[in-house]
Design a protein around this ligand. Structure first.
Ligand code: ATP
Ligand code: HSE
Length: 323
């Protein structure tokens, strides 16, 4: 159960008075998710009930949250389908609840599409490109906190737990990515705010209609191509083998390209970036597996899935960015 901080409806009734949302009438803990405590919160104003999502941030501090919450607000105001944070009467998007930072955002309709077809991948590619364009004038900057600096800092913590074969792969891939990240080609790739964790469980669909991207708490500034690679590596992959499914890849990339055409440099950097995206999640899953965790935390995700994907991306070129 992903409710690490317990809150009662009574606690929220008093707390919500600072928001222009009326009365809190129901509160229900959300079981999924491993980072934060999430609740569906129903409010009533002038006889009308509305559902929101209340998040209590377990690992992020007040100083980090403005980037994520302001980014969601910025994107929502430009028509990108994302949850919209609700400011309190003082204009604050993030306020303490039970001593931790908390925020209220609009609730997206629908559910996760965990067995995506090309039609879903096309919808994700289209919205992802719109999101990148809409983020161009976002004024705040934060690096991708799970980027290459983090890989450098984290790899030594996991090496003692790895086999020789795993160690060799992790070392050589970090080395390979250092060269790529230091290249002129890399510097020419377009950058901006990216979601950086747009997996199947972070997008809502109502049937085949995409209703929104959510869980922006790994967002940061990075190459747009990295965001595309993270998304392709999850949405378009055969989960058992790590092999890419060409119809889904084509649907996603073509839909993206129709909104924001890929550049020649991006074509050149595509295979390296798919590897970088696989490395990022292999390493974070290794780190989550081996770091000491609070007893109540859920089972960490399986790192071998991304090790398999990384080996597959090294061995087999993926379909190109444009057909
Ligand atoms: N804005 C939203 N609208 C509708 N449902 C939401 C929204 N935000 C979160 N949820 C629901 O809450 C669940 C958990 O949210 P989320 O994935 O953000 O959890 P987390 O613990 O922050 O992250 P992680 O995915 O890293 O484990 C989602 O699977 C989804 O069902
Ligand atoms: N999407 C990440 C979890 C963090 O949100 C993973 O699958 O490893």
């Amino acid at each position: 159960m992903a409710v690490f901080t317990s809150v009662s409806l009574d606690d929220v009734r008093t707390w919500i008075a600072q928001f222009p949302l009326g009365d809190a009438v129901a509160l229900k803990g959300i079981a999924s998710g491993i980072e934060n405590s999430n609740f569906f919160l129903t409010t009533e104003q002038n006889g009308r009930r509305t559902e929101y999502v209340l998040t209590i941030f377990e690992n992020l501090g007040f100083e980090q949250l403005p980037f994520y919450l302001q980014l969601m607000r910025h994107l929502a105001s430009r028509g990108v389908l994302v949850p919209e944070p609700v400011p309190n009467r003082d204009g604050e998007l993030c306020v303490p609840l039970q001593g931790k930072p908390a925020a209220i955002v609009s609730k997206l309709e629908g559910g996760s599409q965990m067995a995506p077809q090309p039609v879903h991948c096309a919808a994700v590619g289209d919205m992802l490109a719109k999101m990148h364009l809409a983020g161009r004038d976002f004024p705040l900057h934060q690096p991708n906190l799970r980027g290459i600096a983090w890989w450098h800092a984290t790899a030594p913590e996991v090496f003692p737990h790895l086999s020789e074969r795993e160690t060799a792969l992790l070392r050589s891939e970090i080395h390979y990515q250092e060269a790529f990240h230091g290249s002129d080609l890399y510097r020419r790739l377009q950058q901006g705010p990216v979601h950086a964790d747009l997996f199947r469980n972070n997008v809502m669909f109502d049937g085949n209609r995409l209703t929104g991207f959510f869980d922006f708490y790994f967002a940061g500034c990075d190459t747009w191509l990295f965001d595309v690679a993270v998304t392709v590596n999850d949405w378009c992959v055969d989960l058992d083998t790590g092999v890419l499914d060409e119809p889904r890849v084509r649907a996603m990339l073509d839909a993206y390209h129709a909104v924001r055409p890929f550049t020649h440099d991006e074509q050149t950097g595509w295979q390296c970036t798919l590897r970088a995206a696989a490395l990022r999640f292999w390493l974070s899953r290794l780190y989550d597996l081996y770091r000491p965790r609070a007893a109540e935390m859920l089972t960490p995700h399986d790192p071998t899935h991304f090790e398999r994907i990384l080996r597959e991306r090294i061995a087999t070129p993926a379909p190109g960015l444009s057909a």
